[in-house]
Design a protein. Structure first.
Length: 202
């Protein structure tokens, strides 16, 4: 099979992306709007960019229903801050509950039963049950269209990092204890720390 992406419906292009770019880490993003309504949602189009300065990015797509912006993007554009909460196996179900298309005033912390914890350098709260938090300020947003399925690249500068002391040893995170989950295609996930192998770089 070979094809030009322009010839595909966005849903078919999306299926090719999520079936080939995997496993993907999950950014569980907490944000707040200008009136103080809190939002929490997962995004697997997420990665690291730079260590000095520490920069990360996450890409919400426009809604498949009407091409409107998701609450996470709207809030980040308004208040310029967000927190990336890392998703461990223990909170996988709660994370999934936060992916529902709730009205902007609905607090997904309440919907999922997760606990708000005050952040140190930004206003949006962190997820207490997450073992790693990256408190971020917005650096830039790039938009790649306004249709259903169009993505926006949100680039964040990390202002504050929290790592649970139980996982932190000699400057490193014990990923076995973190138990992160990865997103595959469809409704499938993976536990990346359960089947690992080493290749020494010479
Ligand atoms: C594990 C997981 C990963 C997701 N990744 C993305 C993503 O990368 N981009 C996206 O637009 N939506 C993604 N979604 C769907 C959003 O979480 C969903 O649209 C959510 O309602 C957005 O919430 P918001 O409107 O409060 O921002 C994902 C859902 C799940 C469960």
């Amino acid at each position: 099979m070979d094809v030009k992406p322009e010839s595909l419906h966005w849903k078919d292009a999306y299926k090719l992306m999520i079936g080939s770019i995997l496993p993907r880490p999950i950014a569980f993003v907490s944000t707040i709007d200008e009136k103080g309504a809190v939002n929490l949602a997962p995004f697997s189009f997420f990665t690291a960019i730079s260590a000095e300065p520490m920069m990360i990015c996450v890409s919400p797509m426009r809604k498949g229903t009407d091409g409107s912006k998701k609450d996470t993007l709207l809030n980040i554009e308004k208040t310029k801050e967000f927190v990336i909460n890392i998703v461990s196996e223990q909170i996988a179900e709660q994370m999934n509950r936060c992916a529902g298309d709730f009205d902007p005033e609905v607090d997904e912390f309440v919907q999922s039963g997760l606990t708000k914890e005050k952040s140190k350098s930004v206003v949006p709260p962190r997820v207490k049950e997450s073992l790693v938090h990256l408190e971020c300020e917005l650096h830039d947003v790039l938009h790649f269209g306004e249709k259903a399925g169009s993505g926006s690249l949100v680039i964040g500068k990390v202002k504050h990092i929290h790592v649970d002391d139980a996982l932190f040893y000699e400057g490193k995170i014990d990923s076995e204890q973190l138990k992160p989950i990865g997103r595959l295609a469809g409704h499938m996930y993976t536990k990346p720390m359960t089947d690992t192998f080493e290749i020494i770089r010479r």
